[in-house]
Design a protein around this ligand. Structure first.
Ligand code: ZN
Length: 269
């Protein structure tokens, strides 16, 4: 196995269905890998690279209960030399202002997943209570620049394959959730544990169960194209090395058994 080029530091977890060849705008596939981890094998991961451009690893992703242990995805990313993971997910709109096809950048999340491994506790050096930014600030800023029309929203992660009930949808909305989805959690928390940057962008597919179903009038195709066409700019905006706080917290001094995590204080100054 050869060492991946160091400039391929982004992994795109693709939980949307795209037309064939849609990802060619990131360049042709120049490499394919399977990566074995302690939690199972991941692959094939495809490396795409446009001539003179940066490399992007791409992995189709599903939040179905049958998916490989989510910990394996994050460890595979690390094994490939990836520092940043972008999850492009479809989501159900809890917020009545969101409509079908609309791109939404994940600003924060609520973890309501109960049936997936959610921590590396006592492996990968994870032993204490810790806190990390909900999403990578540098990646989210690049998403906002590449997708200026996108709103920001709070993502509620739930287990599939059952859809939410109307009562659950009302509860999640009262909690402050804007979106509901199956693919971003617990991966986003696991990434925080192993010091990877993680960000999420979603395309709204449907309204929540307490609302009338959205009519389908081609909004999905247009919405997916918006995100797709923004990806090359997003990749280019991240050509500078990571200067965010995602990878710093585990080096922070401990206080009373807890990590003295002050990333949020530093961001205020
Ligand atoms: Zn980061």
């Amino acid at each position: 196995m050869t060492t991946p080029p160091p400039e391929a530091d982004l992994l795109l977890l693709l939980a949307v269905v795209l037309p064939p060849r849609a990802l060619d705008l990131l360049g042709p596939v120049v490499d394919e890998r399977f990566v074995a981890t302690a939690y199972g094998e991941i692959g094939p991961l495809a490396l795409r690279r446009s001539p003179g451009g940066r490399g992007v690893w791409v992995q189709p992703y599903s939040g179905l209960p049958s998916r490989t242990d989510p910990r394996s995805t994050l460890l595979a990313a690390r094994a490939l030399g990836v520092q940043r993971v972008l999850n492009w997910d479809t989501a159900i709109a809890l917020n009545p202002l969101l409509s079908r096809g609309q791109p939404v950048i994940v600003a924060d999340y609520i973890d309501f997943v109960r049936h997936q491994p959610h921590t590396f506790f006592e492996s990968e050096g994870i032993t204490g209570i810790h806190q990390s930014p909900p999403v990578c600030p540098q990646m989210s800023e690049a998403l906002a620049l590449a997708l200026p029309m996108a709103a920001g929203g709070v993502y509620v992660g739930v287990d599939g394959p059952r859809r939410e009930t109307a009562a659950e949808a009302r509860m999640f909305r009262q909690w402050g959730g804007d979106l509901l989805g199956y693919n971003l959690v617990p991966e986003i928390a696991l990434a925080g544990e192993v010091e990877l940057c993680y960000a999420g962008v979603t395309t709204v597919t449907d309204g929540s169960a307490d609302r009338l179903p959205f009519p389908a009038r081609g909004e999905m195709r247009a919405g997916l194209e918006l995100v797709l066409e923004a990806l090359p700019r997003f990749v280019e905006l991240l050509s500078a090395p990571a200067t965010c706080v995602c990878a710093e917290r585990l080096n922070a001094p401990r206080k009373g058994g807890l990590l003295a995590n002050d990333w949020w204080k530093r961001e205020q100054t």
